[in-house]
Every structure is written in C-alpha cells, then in structure tokens.
Design a protein around this ligand. Structure first.
Ligand code: PGA
Length: 244
C-alpha cells in the first residue's frame, strides 16, 4: 500500500477543480511560489480553472515563478507543438504572470549544455508544487521506463509507446513526432515540496494501479513518487481509478 494521498473524482472537470484548489491554497498563502508545471492533455482543465481564478482576482501570478518539466528536442521553440507554445497558449498568455518568470528547458541546440543550464536553474530554487501527468507506460515528465531515479535534467530518446501516444498532436503521423526530449529527472521531481499527479481515462488505469500498489519499480517511473518525503497527491477520475 502506498502513503500517497489518493483523490478519486467523478469526472475530468472535478479532477481539474480539485487540483486547482491545491494551487489556489498555495498561492493565497505564498504569492511568490515556485510552480513546477506540466504539458499534455490532462492539465488543460486545471489550467482553465487557474485562468478563471486569476480573472476573478482570487489568485495572482504576478510574483510566481514557473518551471516546466520538459521540452521536445530539435523542434523550433515557436512550433505549434513545442511545450513553450503549449504553455503560452494554454496558460501564460491568459494570466498576469511575468513571462520572464517562466522557465522551460531549451530543446534546440546542444542537449548537454541545455540540460546543465536547466539543472543550474533548478539547483538554486525549491519548487513548492510540482504538477505531473502520467504516461500510459507510467512515465513522468519524459522519464521513460527503466530510467534511474537518481539522475537530474537529461536528454532522452522517446519510447515507441510515447511516440505513438503523442502522434495525435502531430497529425497522427509518428514520423512527425520528435524522437528526443529534454526532461527534469526523477531526482529533480523528488526534490520538490509537494507533488500533484493528475490522470483521467481508462488508458491510465493500469499505470495508476502500479503507482498506488506502493511497489517501487524502475520500469514504472511514477512509482518513484512513493519515495517522496513530502506530500504527494494523486488526483484521478473514476476511469483512471477503475483498476484500484
Ligand atoms: P497526457 O500526457 O496528459 O497527454 O495524457 C501525460 C504524460 O504523458 O505525461
């Protein structure tokens, strides 16, 4: 059994609201929080909730700094599927954040240098809440099955499974999906204060079951959350919880 705080919701909307409430609570207490953010379809509803709260003047991002998990390699920053574009379109351009306070790993250029630069940025701060999605194969960020838990920011080759999962964003053409990415390592993720993992849909059920079993398994990167010393919330809809 895992010590993770599990929250099962009726549906995607409720999952998004529950996660947003945890961000709201933090930002009311600590307006200059460091937020670790994620891309993918799962967090979009949560970002919509944060935008609503910001527009209603319930929360402000004026003094917030953000740090994203990952970025594709070799995709121009301005490409419509870069995570840089994703964050601007789905969150940053709708809220009162200072864009200079937003950080993503750099995907273009020398990955070794880019990884070191991002690691140096992370070394000097403490992330208050790190948001995570989960891959159907249990990956977090782009830490694919088999990744060591003790490495920091690094370049990864995406697995066939992840390339297939992400092809829907690239006209369903696996050849258009970048093959490499740069990601925070599991070590960086375990360094944060609080982790919130969100998941919905039946194709995440198996991965969620493995995480919640409490068993640490290198082939299920998200199982590393069971090693986290701070708080961990796993917020899932009924379908993602269907194998628990
Ligand atoms: P998704 O991706 O939210 O698009 O399902 C999650 C992930 O791969 O981390």
């Amino acid at each position: 059994m895992s010590k993770i705080n599990l929250i099962v919701t009726e549906n995607y909307e409720e999952m998004s609201k529950k996660a947003a409430a945890l961000f709201e609570e933090l930002l009311k207490k600590k307006p200059n929080a460091n937020l670790g953010l994620a891309t993918g379809s799962t967090p979009i509803g949560l970002y919509k909730e944060l935008i609503k709260l910001n527009k209603a003047n319930e929360i402000s991002f004026k003094d917030v700094k953000t740090y994203n998990l990952d970025e594709y390699c070799d995709l121009p920053k301005q490409h419509e599927q870069s995570y840089y574009t994703f964050m601007n379109e789905n969150l940053f351009k709708h809220i009162d954040i200072n864009i200079n306070n937003t950080h993503l790993p750099k995907g273009e250029g020398d990955s070794k240098i880019n990884a070191k630069n991002y690691e140096d940025i992370l070394k000097n701060i403490k992330i208050d809440i790190q948001l995570l999605g989960i891959g159907s194969n249990g990956h977090i960020g782009f830490n694919e099955p088999g990744t060591d838990f003790d490495i920091g920011v690094h370049e990864v080759q995406l697995t066939d499974n992840t390339i297939k999962d992400n092809a829907r964003f690239f006209e369903n053409d696996i050849n258009k999906v970048p093959k490499k990415a740069i990601t925070m390592g599991i070590k960086n993720i375990l360094d944060v204060e609080t982790i919130i993992l969100v998941a919905n849909g039946v194709n995440k059920a198996e991965a969620i079951k493995k995480v919640m079993s409490g068993k640490i398994d290198k082939n299920v990167p998200a199982s590393a959350l069971n090693l986290h010393k701070g708080k961990v919330y796993v917020i899932v809809d009924k379908e993602a919880a269907s194998k628990l």
